[in-house]
Design a protein around this ligand. Structure first.
Ligand code: AOF
Ligand code: ZN
Length: 366
């Protein structure tokens, strides 16, 4: 049985925040638990950008009885007037006596000011309880708020020898059902999903989230230097989610007009012949896309990795070996390093066994 202490309530607050992943857009996920005289009197979670913060929901539930209470918050309470008034002021006004915070808010508009506001009013503030879990939970928010660049998760599902298809191009089905379920959860938890145009031409995917309970569809992003995307492809026609095609100045203006006509948004990134991926990330960040799931083929994966644009790698492996040399496409296709010491290396490695599949994930060291 869990013993009841600060950690007990903070982990509940983190659990609530975790469940809201994917639905807060560029905002963080945040949970709050208000405890008074040994009982919980308010629970709150930030659910959607533009709506109430976690503390506000929890204090509303406490209905004016939070005087002398302790509030557990997974992120430093905000100190600024954003889409909602500052949570620190609300905690002060309600007479909360003690605030336990898991991690500071890196948002330059907050960055410690929330904690200072509380302390200046004589509220006892403790910072850092379950910090690493809280930071991990908001890794997408943290990257975006500090850099305005999307957090990119590279996902692939391959054979044990790293192949995405056989030498004849057959790719159905590599991974098992458990792995595919996680992939759809990942789609729900990213604002964008990105592929190269060759994937659209070869597979005509819909790139939507298909889970047992409805999930949110990410914005579909196709990297397409020369606008080769077929006008009748699912991502252009099906209307299931917005589609952005990232191209170059040298692409055919007639095709561009036709895509715009079909409701596709065009982002021009660089003069050509290839899309400038770094500039593309800046443009997509500017469109408030704070996180992207990269489900590329080997060339796009390789280029993103080489450019240092990948923040997390999630690789699913099925217990299959197909060989095929360069005729069989692999997860990473780039010129490659000469020396092992120059290899892209992952840290914080996690390994999960999913029936007969394995998931290996980690963060590329910069
Ligand atoms: C909190 N509790 O539940 C959240 C916080 O767009 P706004 O006005 O909602 O402000 C978003 C910013 O507020 C966000 O960037 C982050 O700094 C903070 N989010 N803060 O105290 C919450 N969601
Ligand atoms: Zn707030």
């Amino acid at each position: 049985m869990d013993t009841m202490n600060d950690e007990f309530y903070m982990s509940l607050a983190l659990d609530m925040a975790e469940r809201a992943q994917g639905q807060t857009g560029i905002n963080p996920v945040v949970g709050c638990v208000v405890v008074k005289d040994g009982a919980m009197i308010g629970l709150g979670t930030h659910l959607q950008r533009g709506t109430g913060h976690a503390e506000v929901h929890a204090l509303n539930m406490a209905a004016g009885k939070a005087q002398g209470s302790t509030a557990y918050v997974t992120l430093e309470p905000c100190s600024h007037y954003g889409k909602t008034p500052p949570c620190s002021q609300r905690l002060i006004d309600e007479g909360v006596a003690r605030v336990v915070v898991a991690c500071e808010d890196p948002n330059p508009q907050v960055a410690g000011r929330g904690i200072t506001m509380l302390r200046e009013q004589g509220i006892e503030v403790e910072v850092g309880l379950l910090r690493s879990r809280a930071l991990r939970l908001n890794e997408k928010f943290i990257k975006y708020i500090l850099t305005r660049q999307p957090f990119v998760t590279l996902k692939s599902a391959s054979t044990l020898d790293g192949k995405l298809a056989t030498r004849t191009g057959d790719s159905k089905w590599i991974s098992n059902g458990q792995a595919r379920e996680i992939v759809h959860t990942l789609r729900h938890r990213h604002q964008g999903i990105m592929v190269g145009v060759n994937t659209v031409i070869a597979d005509n995917p819909s790139l939507t989230t298909r889970m047992e309970v409805p999930g949110l569809n990410p914005v579909r992003i196709v990297i397409d230097s020369a606008l080769r995307i077929p006008l009748d492809s699912a991502v252009v026609r099906d209307g299931q989610a917005p589609t952005i095609v990232v191209t170059t100045e040298s692409a055919d203006p007639v095709k561009r007009a036709a895509l715009l006509d079909a409701g596709v948004q065009i982002v021009v990134s660089g003069p050509g012949p290839r899309v400038d991926l770094k500039a593309a990330m800046t443009s997509l960040g500017g469109l408030e896309i704070g996180s992207i799931l990269l489900e590329g083929g080997g060339t796009l994966n390789g280029a993103m990795l080489e450019n240092g644009l990948v923040d997390r790698v999630v690789l699913f492996f099925a217990p299959k070996i197909v060989g095929g040399g360069s005729a069989a496409p692999g997860t990473f296709d780039f010129p490659g390093v000469e020396l092992m010491q120059n290899a892209v290396t992952l840290e914080g490695l996690e390994v999960e066994v999913l029936g007969d599949n394995v998931c290996i994930s980690g963060t590329p060291i910069r």
